[in-house]
Design a protein around this ligand. Structure first.
Ligand SMILES: C[S@@+](CC[C@H](N)C(=O)[O-])C[C@H]1O[C@@H](n2cnc3c(N)ncnc32)[C@H](O)[C@@H]1O
Length: 136
């Protein structure tokens, strides 16, 4: 029987989650390298960001970027917020928010990133607006 991991599954992984970050770091870097130049000075949404990647790497590299990271798992969001506080990052925020119910206005961000490909369709409205979502 298949089991789709839910918030509680990821919550339980929180203490060990970052052990896998070195494995996916090349993916994070590849995502960031493909961001268009307009991101400088803009707002970037990292959907299903877990403990903060790839958004935190972007926020560290580009202080002009305002990063908002969202995830459904409370413990992972808490871990991401802990990194922001420890590093004194002033351009990164994390919020508990399921990707299929993003409480953000249409067209309110300049770019959407995710290191979990299935997250992207849920974020089209936030980037393109509701009309464009129907066209995609
Ligand atoms: C493979 S991890 C990737 C996390 C992070 N982007 C990274 O690269 O380390 C998948 C993430 O998707 C989150 N996730 C899964 N379903 C979600 C949903 N419906 N809404 C928000 N986050 C979700 C999980 O909590 C988990 O943090």
């Amino acid at each position: 029987m298949n089991h789709t991991p839910g918030p509680s599954d990821f919550d339980q992984l929180a203490a060990h989650f970052d052990r896998y970050l070195p494995l996916i770091h090349p993916v994070s870097l590849a995502v960031l390298e493909r961001l268009p130049g307009i991101v400088a000075g803009g707002t970037v949404l990292d959907v299903a960001g877990g403990t903060g990647e790839p958004g935190l790497t972007l926020a560290r590299r580009e202080p002009s970027v305002e990063l908002l990271g969202v995830d459904q798992a409370e413990n992972l969001i808490a871990a991401a917020k802990g990194k922001v506080a420890r590093e004194g990052l002033t351009n990164a925020q994390f919020s508990l928010m399921p990707m299929d119910a993003l409480l953000l206005p249409d067209s309110s961000v300049d770019a959407v990133i995710a290191a979990a490909q299935s997250s992207i369709p849920h974020a089209w409205r936030i980037f393109w607006g509701s009309a464009s979502e129907r066209e995609c």
